[in-house]
Design a protein around this ligand. Sequence first.
Ligand SMILES: C[C@H](NC(=O)[C@@H](N)CCCCN)C(=O)O
Length: 429
Amino acid sequence: MTQFHTLRWRVYSLPPQRTRTTCPRTKYNNMTDIEERQSLLGNVNGESEAEEPGKQMSAISDPTRLLHRIVVLIFMCFLGFGELSVIYVVIFAAGALLNRFWLMEVGRFVFGIGGESLSVAQNTYAVNWFKGKELNLVFGLQLSMARLGSTVNMNIMGWVYSRVADLIGSKGPSTLGTALMIGTVFTCFFSLVCALVLGYLDRRAERILKKEQGKTGEVIKLTDVKDFPLSLWLIFIICVGYYVAIFPFIGLGQVFFIEKFNFSPAEARAINSVVYIISAPASPILGFLVDKTGRNVIWVMCAVVTTLAAHMMLAFTFWNPWIAMSLLGVSYSLLACALWPMVAFVVPDHQLGTAYGFMQSIQNLGLALISMAAGAILDNRGYLFLEVFFCACICISLIAVVVLYLVDFLQGKDEGAVDVTFGLDFRVL
Ligand SMILES: C[C@H](NC(=O)[C@@H](N)CCCCN)C(=O)O
């Protein structure tokens, strides 16, 4: 199993023209070949339908062509634009309309289920369509669109609320509920339409590329989790250790800037949102950079170290916090577009959904627990302790990424492929 994952790591992280096939052959390697050929970049015979006699397809409708994949990418990105589950939003809006807080909480619960599942589906689609090509860029673009969606949402919803209040003539739960319902129509149904189109295009590509024929017969099982390789568990640890020092920090950040740096509420809001604002334009650019250079692990390592430096600046210095927050914005964007695609390098295709689902479950479990712990630390010990706590979480992530590097290095050595690990001949890490 180990060899398989190591090999996949290599095959999928290499730019296509540099892919090598000289690693030891195992049954898993053969399976890898089949999976690779059945990816949406080509059918089992390496042909597209357009290449078959009498079946000419235009570039835009041929699933093997870049133009078609760009169309798919547009729908994939807009799928995350709403990033809300329709049934969520309706329950939440109904809670606001009826002035029932518990109903709004139920809505948040359903939103958690819907939003995160959407993310799992989005990641899996991205790998399916862009594996071995522009995968890091695609993850960066998806993140960028999600951030853009949140920004548009934050800016537009206040305006919608005011317009509804003008129409109804009062400000209250029914105004909030109506404004949320309008938001639902414009964002969630838009996302839903994208999901339906994407589903159709995916099925169509499967049919055209005869993907069924190339299937390995592997069945998806929840028990796959116990066979996950060490590399994947290390990716999970990096993910949890890192994100618990980002999302909860931003959640509590506004008061931090007011208390430690004497910022006004407006200034504190502005600096607190800079991480997400930077990530919108930076993620695709950094994703492109990672695609061009390879070596995802090294990039993740840089991102983790830079984030640690930013948190340490915030914790132990009174330097202008815009510097630390801008650094955090860039490093977060880099990590997001280099870490998530790595899952595709270490698990077989049929386990991708399970792996992404599991990664997000663990991430959210960590976020839920650490958010509570962070609140308690803040109440009892103050901001310095909280920052030290976040630094400790990032150190866990850093240890995991170093171990991941070493694991891949040692596995490469086992297979007589030291050059691959160090990326002398092949840009793997
Ligand atoms: C890419 C990464 N994604 C996540 O953390 C997922 N759990 C989806 C989060 C969706 C937030 N509403 C990220 O956002 O950095």
